[in-house]
Design a protein around this ligand. Structure first.
Ligand SMILES: Cc1cc2nc3c(=O)[nH]c(=O)nc-3n(C[C@H](O)[C@H](O)[C@H](O)COP(=O)(O)OP(=O)(O)OC[C@H]3O[C@@H](n4cnc5c(N)ncnc54)[C@H](O)[C@@H]3O)c2cc1C
Length: 379
């Protein structure tokens, strides 16, 4: 029996498990291969939904479905947390001390929010990167009629690099729709010398911010927050007053990765094309936990899952794997409440940012609905 273990049933792990169930259908049914998906949460969460929760366009419940409804019946699904990886013994361990042997293993554990590393952030900042944060922000925004909203990207890398720009353009439009924009100042801050890591998106966002009276602060590296005074202090010595702070918290990968010596800060050091760990055999990483030079995005996790499914299936059959990942990334970006743009790029390419339009906004909303089919591996 060839044992394939996937840890993490988010976008990457679920697509991968379903692709493998399809590619290795015959071998699984003959009892020659097992595909096991181990995941901590019985609910599968589609995080892009959280962008819409602060504006009342979606609820937190819209973001999740039971994972067992999404996974092919040929996959052995196990709800539980993996607490250790021994890549020499090819063994995973669990909180009760039990272990599981594997022949090929994939880490798909995503990214974690780490607000506690910035003093005052947990008390003074809001965000829309998780269910509780998105609901609290919705309640704050509903009551917010005047003052200063600061959207601050605190650390990179973070999930969906475009989402903070999208939120800023959406909040501007949302306040205008409600006749409140004249009484609200909006500021967007970013740690480097431009508004976004990718130059073409930075230029596009900067032009829109100017048009919509959004103040842009660059080289803005947050050091601490004073929640009582309502002040963000930066390493560069700036003090910025806020009435509502929306801050993208620093992210980290998984302790499993650091403890197993697979990479730094919890991100797995992988070959960017094969997605195989550089320091251990038969170990792969996909999605946010993989340290590759592109966005931490669901589309990346999805494309990587396809490549890793092909490579694993080849190895399970004793063949040489040939599939490789070229960095393909696609993303719809909201430019307000009813217009969006779309970008696509590969490793080393600068994306072309299309003129925002209503059809692209509808396409983004349509994609969000069809996600539940893509997670099943159907699209
Ligand atoms: C607000 C927001 C908007 C976004 N918008 C977009 C967008 O428009 N387009 C886009 O492409 N991407 C977007 N993203 C990013 C996208 O959601 C992530 O990149 C994607 O979810 C990554 O998938 P993943 O499989 O790596 O991790 P996740 O989907 O985060 O899944 C990780 C899974 O691993 C499980 N897990 C973790 N540790 C363990 C363990 N030790 N044992 C067992 N299970 C474990 C978790 O419970 C979870 O189920 C957005 C993200 C946010 C927060």
């Amino acid at each position: 029996m060839h044992r394939i273990a996937i840890v993490g049933g988010g976008t990457g792990g679920t697509v991968l498990a379903n692709r493998l169930a399809n590619e290795l259908k015959t071998e699984i049914e003959a009892g020659e291969v097992e595909v096991r998906l181990i995941t901590a949460d019985p609910e599968h969460v589609y995080k892009p939904t959280f962008l819409y929760v602060p504006f009342g366009k979606k609820t937190v419940d819209d973001a999740s479905r039971p994972i067992e409804e999404l996974v092919d019946r040929r996959v052995t699904l196990e709800i539980g947390e993996v607490t250790g990886v021994d890549t020499d013994r090819k063994q995973l361990s669990f909180p009760d001390g039990s272990t599981l042997e594997y022949d090929q293993f994939v880490l798909a554990t995503g990214a974690n929010l780490e607000p506690e590393v910035i003093p005052g952030l947990a008390e003074g900042g809001h965000h829309f990167y998780g269910p509780d944060g998105a609901e609290r922000l919705r309640d704050e925004l509903a009551e917010f009629t005047e003052g200063h909203i600061v959207l601050s990207v605190i650390g990179v890398p973070h999930m969906c690099p475009a989402a903070p720009v999208e939120f800023t353009l959406m909040v501007d439009d949302w306040l205008r729709e409600r006749g409140r924009r004249e009484d609200v100042d909006v500021t967007y801050t970013y740690p480097i010398n431009r508004a976004h890591g990718l130059e073409s998106i930075a230029e596009w966002a900067t032009a829109l911010f100017e048009e919509r009276d959004v103040t842009l602060e660059t080289f803005f590296n947050v050091d601490e927050i004073d929640p009582d005074a309502g002040i963000v202090e930066t390493v560069e010595g700036i003090e910025l007053e806020y009435d509502l702070l929306v801050a993208i918290p620093p992210h980290r990968g998984s302790d499993l990765v650091t403890d197993a010596g697979l990479g730094e800060d919890g991100w797995v050091d992988v070959d960017r094309h094969t997605l195989e760990a550089t320091v251990a055999e038969d170990v792969y990483a996909i999605g946010d936990v993989a340290d590759v030079p592109t966005s931490k995005a669901g589309s990346v996790a999805h494309y990587e899952a396809g490549v890793v499914a092909d490579r694993i299936a080849s190895r399970a059959r004793g063949q040489t794997p040939t599939a490789t990942y070229d960095g393909k990334t696609v993303c719809f970006l909201e430019a307000g409440m009813d217009e969006a743009t779309f970008i696509e790029f590969e490793y080393g390419e600068e994306p072309y940012v299309r003129e925002p339009s209503k059809p692209l906004h509808w396409a983004k909303l349509g994609y969000n609905e069809s996600y539940w089919l893509t997670a099943r591996g159907l699209l």
